[in-house]
Ligand binder design. Sequence first.
Ligand code: SAH
Length: 328
Amino acid sequence: MNRQELIDILSDDKKNTKIFEKADKIRRENVGDEVHLRGLIEFSNICKRQCKYCGLRSENKNIERYRILKDELLVYAKNAINLGYRTLVLQSGEDEYFDTDKLAEIVKAIKEFDVALTLSIGEKSYDEFKALKQAGADRYLLRIETTDKKLYEEMHPNASFENRMRCLYDLKKLGYETGTGCLVGLPKQTTESLADDILFFKELDADMVGIGPFIPHKETPLAEAKQGDFWQALKVMALTRINLPDINIPATTAMETINPNGRIIALQSGANVVMPNVTSTEYRAKYEIYPGKICINDNPDKCRGCIENKIKSIGRTISKEKGFRKNN
Ligand code: SAH
């Protein structure tokens, strides 16, 4: 689709059902009915950045900070693998305690298990990305958040749009399966820029794209901003599937946070991945990037069972593979 077609669809809700059905069909034809589960470990909520939308921003003093060190982290990793996960995702704020040596040690220890490993720990230099790849990391998630440079800079004080882009192209160059994505519904975000986001995913040849609605957090400068629209976020996701047929697309937790059936609706509108939390209950509420996060009182066992039942209830199956991008 070209830019104008994307803009037309994004600004017209009458075609929504058709777009969701088309994305579902393209998903089935290209990546099949299997759903890949990725076990998410949120290992530190300490962050040096000030992203205006995020509850983990360093200026938020009203949050209990934690970091999970290697030995404890490995317990969650092992437990998740025992529950059947074939991919683990390590996510955190930009926490400088975890330097490249510490991270590489963790990566190596996890790669001793037969599992694919994704990192989602923010911006790094080329050499740092390279060292972590050499340690064994397979994939990296770093959302561009928005391709509107002006909006990007407004949302991310003291950060550079060019550096975020540089990171994504470095990750591709280093052979990571590279995930990116955007927020939908940021203040002042336009449909034109959402169309550009989708064109960017294609330009980068992203291997994975995660889309979620913006959800205002009261301890941020965007406390009073309007929440992103579920259906608009779903439409950006569906259009991403239509334009990048063979990639991995998660039904994001943020979708389920603003719509009680959000992940199932997403799985039926183009998504083929779910990322259940495998961190122990005590940390879940503290990793509050946005409010109302689901499953904060649950444990890894319960989350696994719950999502399996939901997936089976719509006639889909759970993959037993590591779930790399199909055509890679
Ligand atoms: N520090 C890492 C991980 C960030 S958390 C990094 O920079 O990549 C993962 C994602 O949560 C972010 O990329 C962002 O898109 C999303 N997020 C943060 N705050 C949010 C909010 N208020 N509403 C919805 N999604 C949010």
